[in-house]
Design a protein. Structure first.
Length: 89
């Protein structure tokens, strides 16, 4: 499972948003921010799974690219394989 993340450079590193899950985190480098995002996404998905709730549907990438709040920010993906394993179980 892949999630789009949006990175914004800050004075202390990179702020990360996961717009499809309303998750926000931070890392000192882009790679640290991606790792933090993966961990935050996993925690968020675990909470949905444990509650028996539906995970919010992902929006199209183009809808995020067209979002003026994300203009001039860096986009990347984070792969979350642990959640796919849980869904298959």
């Amino acid at each position: 499972m892949r999630y789009l993340i949006v990175l914004e450079e800050t004075e202390s590193g990179f702020a990360v948003q996961v717009p499809d899950l309303a998750v926000v985190t931070h890392g000192e480098t882009i790679e640290a921010a991606r790792i933090a995002a993966g961990e935050a996404i996993s925690i968020n998905l675990d909470a949905y799974w444990e509650a028996g709730a539906d995970v919010p549907e992902k929006q199209s990438v183009s809808s995020h690219l067209e979002n003026p709040d994300f203009a001039d920010l860096l986009f990347a993906y984070v792969d979350i394989s642990r959640f796919e394993e849980k869904m298959a179980a």
